[in-house]
Design a protein around this ligand. Structure first.
Ligand code: ADP
Length: 317
């Protein structure tokens, strides 16, 4: 069981307007709970990078407050020591070994000499590169380079790791490997903010999801709740004759039905307000109007549909 939920990060009323007058963040509020993988989603221009750059201390906000690690008195230096940022672009040296790469980045964090080797080995193990540690990245696949990029960002054992789209342009097998590494990091105690364009990834690894657009949070809830709440089940029923408008009207009136649409002459699509609501009433209406049921198909909404519903945009637009 999870411990009592503790905030690792609290963001209050964060605002940012760029010099060109573009308002990127508009009183943004959210928190990050210790031990979770938080999926951070939004269409292009939503304000994700701005938020992440501010959280990473690379950019200053105009207004607002961020409390890191439950301690309002931390200096930027203290904060940086406990943050791991995995950038989208590779930041590794091709011509030194994987181990030397991680060691170099770890040394920037002032890790003690006596500890550095252990930390470096541990980071390489966490991303599954211990067998290739003496090889140069120039001999690595794209996915392995990405994993090395992660190892470089985590050797100082950060409490909070921010991933900025770490799987863009990666083949499915390597992608799964990266996702497994990220779950491992969480299971070993890190807290993670994960930005991505891929809904399947969010459904695969995230505990909670924030969807933002126009510099504000549109939705902030656990993945389970989002799918439960928004994924009312849709059914498509085909019958053997034409469906008349009066039949559709009757279906609209029946209990638990929230939406009815005619797909074709003999097909109707309707959604129930709960995932497992009985559809007997709809079937009864069809039978009462002498329509024989030919097929019933259940269509479930996924996170992509929820995203479209809230932002009016496809994530990959
Ligand atoms: P996302 O990462 O979700 O795509 P961004 O945070 O990059 O969104 O951008 C949010 C808004 O701020 C957009 O309207 C974008 O055009 C604007 N913006 C981002 N960076 C800059 C910048 N350096 N100068 C001016 N406007 C910017």
């Amino acid at each position: 069981m999870k411990d009592i939920m503790e905030n690792l990060l609290e963001v209050k009323k964060l605002s940012k307007t760029y010099k060109n007058g573009r308002k990127a963040l508009d009183n943004l509020n959210f928190n990050v709970i210790k031990g979770e993988i938080l999926g951070f989603l939004g269409p292009n221009g939503a304000g994700k990078s701005t938020t992440i750059n501010i959280l990473s201390t690379l950019l200053q906000s105009d207004n607002g407050e961020i409390t890191y690690f439950n301690d309002a008195g931390l200096s930027i230096k203290d904060i940086k020591k406990q943050l791991g940022i995995v950038p989208q672009e590779l930041a590794i040296y091709e011509d030194i070994s994987a181990l030397q790469n991680v060691k170099f980045f770890a040394s920037l964090y002032g890790i003690k000499k006596s500890e550095i080797n252990e930390r470096v080995e541990d980071a390489l193990r966490k991303v599954g590169l211990e067998d290739r540690k003496h090889d140069r990245p120039s001999t690595f696949s794209g996915g392995m380079k990405r994993r090395l990029n992660i190892a470089c960002a985590i050797a100082h054992n950060p409490k909070l790791i921010i991933f900025d789209e770490p799987t863009v342009g990666i083949d499915p097998q390597s992608r799964n490997h990266i996702l497994d590494s990220i779950k491992n990091l969480r299971d070993e105690g890190a807290t993670i903010i994960y930005t991505t364009h891929y809904m399947e990834e969010v459904q695969q690894i995230c505990d909670r999801v924030i969807i933002m657009d126009g510099g504000v949070v549109l939705l902030n809830d656990s993945l389970d709740n989002i799918l439960k709440y928004y994924s009312n089940s849709n059914y498509q029923i085909r019958v053997d004759k034409q469906i008349n408008p009066e039949v559709l009207d009757e279906i609209r009136k029946s209990s638990n039905v929230v939406e009815v649409n005619q797909k074709s002459e003999s097909e109707v699509i309707f959604s129930m307000d709960e995932e497992s609501a009985p559809i007997n009433s709809v079937l009864e209406i069809l039978i009462r109007f002498n329509l024989n049921i030919v097929s019933i198909t259940m269509i479930k909404k996924n996170l992509e549909d929820v995203f479209l519903l809230l932002t009016g945009k496809r994530l990959r637009d």
